[in-house]
Design a protein around this ligand. Structure first.
Ligand code: FMN
Length: 356
């Protein structure tokens, strides 16, 4: 998720994007890339930008010509470590137009897109896929050899920087499953074996160092974490140090303080910047509240698919941070960002849970 998304607005809606729309989106991406590289805004960059930043660019779409043009422009104009095609997106809006994971069943288009994008890129092209589209019909294992046949080569030394490389990232669920079932790591293991020596990454439900260790035992080249990193941003430290961290509420508040400071740096500290920072902070708090402190758990580690029960924290802040109530998230945001404007409302955008 820490990617620089350059998705033309038309493509977002599953429509062919006009040249002007593509140009606008690419311009945004270029400005952001300048900011990342030079650690300051480019001269013409406005105070407020709407893009997430990182060293990769994720593209999603259904039309080879649009995606290839985007890749060409990205290649010419910005510096990224790799470009990723998002063939994992389950959202109806994209799927019904043949984009997102819909591409997994449109092999001709998918092939044209992969071959076309690879031919214009100097950096590696990665593809993020799902296990399949329907719940019990796995497709990924059939797709992986195709990806290779479409001209994808790989480095025998596993060097991810080769320009001819196309890695695959597998999210271990189907489209129909969304978050309702556990990711199928047995299947990911099978796919990793088929993919070998093509670098292949697994993804789904990792929330502790034990989860990460088990996932790595499947033989994948690496793992990715999404919700785990949102609910427990210190997950990476836990994996590195192979321990459960009973982090205190004040340490968690420090993380939120850093986040708001990054928000000001990125969006500005005027009213617009503060309110944008607040929106993102509130979205994040809708994930952070799912964390149960290690010291309060009957059984360690917490699992990502288990609904956190109501509990009292060990201090006031721990209890407040466990609240599932939007008004409490707003209260936390006010500690860093001051009172919300009049008539302020907030509805979290992502549900992304599998609670029964
Ligand atoms: C808030 C949120 C935003 C996401 N955005 C993207 C996205 O833009 N592109 C993508 O390929 N996957 C996206 N995903 C899916 C994740 O990358 C990941 O595949 C999925 O959440 C399963 O991993 P997890 O069990 O570690 O959460 C998103 C997930 C969440 C929770």
């Amino acid at each position: 998720m820490d990617s620089l998304f350059a998705i033309p607005d038309g493509v977002r809606r599953g429509l062919p994007a006009s040249k002007a729309t593509i140009a606008r989106s690419i311009r945004m991406a270029i400005l952001e890339a300048y900011r990342v590289k030079h650690r300051r805004p480019p001269p013409e960059m406005k105070a407020h930008s709407t893009r997430a930043v990182g060293a990769s660019s994720a593209l999603e779409g259904a039309f080879p010509d649009t995606l290839i043009k985007c890749a060409e422009l990205l290649n010419r104009t910005i510096e990224v470590d790799f470009v990723d095609i998002n063939v994992g997106c389950p959202i109806d809006l994209f799927y019904k137009k043949g984009g997102g994971c819909g591409l997994m069943t449109r092999m001709n288009k998918f092939e044209q897109i992969v071959r076309g994008m690879k031919s214009v890129l100097d950096v590696p092209l990665t593809v993020k896929i799902r296990t399949g589209v329907q719940e019990k019909v796995n497709l990924a294992h059939k797709l992986i050899p195709e990806l290779r046949d479409w001209g994808c080569r790989w480095s025998l030394s596993g060097n991810h920087q080769m320009s001819s490389l196309t890695d695959s990232l597998l999210h271990g669920r189907s489209r129909e499953q969304r978050y309702t079932k556990l990711a199928d790591w047995e299947y990911i293991k099978r796919c990793a074996e088929i993919a070998d020596p093509l670098p292949f990454f697994g993804n789904g439900d990792i929330f502790s160092f034990e989860d990460a260790n088990l996932a790595l035992e499947t033989g994948v080249s690496g793992i990715m974490m999404a919700r785990g990193a949102l609910v427990k941003p210190w997950l990476f430290t836990e994996i590195k140090e192979q321990r459960h961290w009973d982090i205190s509420s004040s340490e968690r508040l420090d993380i939120l303080r850093d986040f708001t400071n990054f928000g000001f740096e990125h969006w500005g500290s005027d009213m617009q910047g503060v309110e944008r920072t607040r929106r993102f902070l509130l979205e994040w708090l809708s994930f952070l509240c799912r964390y149960i402190p290690v010291g309060l758990l009957e059984r360690v580690p917490q699992k990502l698919n288990e609904r956190p029960p109501y509990y009292m924290g060990r201090d006031y802040m721990e209890t407040l941070m466990a609240s599932q109530n939007v008004n409490d998230w707003i209260k936390i945001s006010e500690m860093f960002l001051g009172p919300v404007p009049p008539n302020f409302t907030f509805l979290p955008k992502h549900k992304a849970n599998s609670y029964k």
